[in-house]
Design a protein around this ligand. Structure first.
Ligand code: ZN
Ligand code: ZN
Length: 123
C-alpha cells in the first residue's frame, strides 16, 4: 500500500508548482511597467512656442531643484496632459484644472465642464 502515498506526494508537488506558476505569472498588466518608468507629461511655457516633453518618475527624481525643460532648461514648466485631438501637451493647474480649449489646436477639452460648473454657482 505504498502507491497511494506516492500519488499524494506527487499531487502535492504538482499543486505547489502550480501555486508558484500562478504567483509568477498572475495579475496580468502589473508586470508591464516598473512604477519608476511611469510617464508624466510636461509643458514648458518659457517661449512663445511651448516645449512638450515627457519624464518618467525615475527621470523626475534626477531634478533635485525641480523639473526643468529638457529643451531649453527653463524652470517655467508645468504638469500637462496630452490633447486628445492633436497629442500636443496643454498645462494643467491645481486640482487638475485645465484650460477650456487646447492651446495648440483649439479642441474643446474634457476638463472644461468643471469650470463651467463652478462658474454657474452665482446665478
Ligand atoms: Zn523649454
Ligand atoms: Zn490640441
Amino acid at each position: 500500500m505504498k502507491q497511494p502515498a506516492i500519488i499524494s506526494i506527487l499531487v502535492m508537488v504538482l499543486a505547489g508548482a502550480g501555486v508558484v506558476y500562478f504567483m509568477t505569472t498572475g495579475t496580468p498588466g502589473t508586470q508591464s511597467k516598473h512604477p519608476l518608468d511611469m510617464e508624466s507629461q510636461w509643458i514648458c511655457l518659457a517661449e512663445n512656442e511651448p516645449h512638450d516633453f515627457i519624464l518618467t518618475i525615475r527621470e523626475i527624481s534626477q531634478f533635485p531643484d525641480g523639473v526643468t525643460c529638457t529643451v531649453c532648461s527653463s524652470a517655467e514648466v508645468s504638469r500637462a496632459f496630452p490633447c486628445t485631438n492633436c497629442d500636443r501637451h496643454y498645462p494643467i493647474g491645481r486640482y487638475n484644472a485645465s484650460p477650456a480649449n487646447c492651446m495648440h489646436c483649439g479642441f474643446r477639452l474634457d476638463g472644461a465642464d468643471i469650470s463651467v460648473f463652478h462658474g454657474s454657482e452665482g446665478h
